[in-house]
Design a protein around this ligand. Structure first.
Ligand code: ADP
Ligand code: MG
Length: 273
């Protein structure tokens, strides 16, 4: 079986559509027949809520518990933290237990790779594992980048803060250099594009600003209340409004993710890995 690909969706800015994108990319990949695991790596549990677990803080077993087990070397091989979603993929929920883990990692050996050790222990049955990062460049994000083959960066169409991007890319490069030589930037994609900010000039400005260093993906996710609604509808955009613009855009993004994944797979096959 082909090697699972691990993808982090990261941006230190909150509210740019990371969690919404992880849900829709995951659901879209599952619709394409892929075996998918989504992992909520944000103590806020936003993805967990979107996936129908409305009270993440009441969940008895979440990512935080699983990571504590990795640190203590007492991993539960039955993985009770992995839940099934009705749209045909698996997910690992998160809640504030994860912030306690993040704090306690300060005293742990190899603290940057605790999540990687966890992902490695569960990823085998999957084609793709998607990590939904919290809005920071802290230890949880470093852990997510350390665990990943590539990172996808959603950028709000009207917020082209070049310094933020430089900081994020710098973090990716540091992780690549120090901890995870396989890490690559899969691409930047625009989210929340509307009539005013989604003009050709804006897209080309993004390409000009970042395109020299970063691949900019074709998919542009529109700003639409339909996407805001899915956080409580318990449906991905493909079920909520399958023929709308947002579903179309996420379909394009899913195809691009598959292309990046396949490219990386054939490259690792070349190297005999
Ligand atoms: P992040 O994970 O980066 O913090 P979210 O995915 O949680 O971002 O999105 C932030 C808020 O914006 C949520 O309320 C979500 O429902 C809404 N949202 C996400 N994507 C869109 C979009 N393309 N258009 C309109 N609202 C969106
Ligand atoms: Mg989020």
């Amino acid at each position: 079986m082909a090697k699972p690909k691990v993808i982090a969706v990261a941006n230190q800015k909150g509210g740019v559509g990371k969690s919404t994108s992880v849900y829709n990319i995951g659901a879209g990949l599952a619709m394409n027949g892929k075996n998918i695991l989504l992992i909520d790596v944000d103590p806020q549990g936003d993805l967990t809520k979107m996936l129908g677990q409305r009270k993440p803080h009441d969940l008895p077993v979440t990512l935080g518990n699983a990571l504590n087990d990795v640190v203590a070397d007492t991993e539960n091989s039955s993985h009770p933290e992995i839940l099934r979603h009705h749209e045909g993929f698996d997910f690992v929920p998160a809640n504030r237990t994860l912030s306690a883990v993040e704090v306690s990692l300060v005293n742990v050996m190899s603290r940057e790779t605790v999540l990687r050790r966890y992902v490695n222990s569960v990823k085998k049955p999957y084609d793709y594992v998607l990590l939904d990062c919290n809005p920071s460049l802290g230890m949880l994000v470093i852990n997510a980048l350390s665990a990943s083959d590539y990172v996808l960066i959603p950028v709000q169409a009207d917020y082209l803060a070049a310094e933020d991007m430089t900081e994020l890319v710098g973090t990716v490069q540091n992780v690549k250099k120090g901890i995870n030589h396989n890490l690559k930037i899969g691409g930047v994609f625009l989210t929340m594009a509307n009539e005013t900010n989604f003009r050709k000039e804006v897209v080309s400005a993004v390409k000009e600003n970042f395109g020299k260093h970063l691949p900019v993906l074709q998919a542009v996710i529109p700003a639409t209340v339909r996407l805001a609604e899915i956080s409580t509808a318990d449906k991905s955009i493909f079920r909520h409004e399958p023929r709308g613009k947002a579903a179309e855009a996420y379909r394009t993004l899913v195809q691009e993710v598959i292309e990046i994944g396949e490219k990386q797979r054939s490259r690792s096959a070349d190297l005999g890995r």
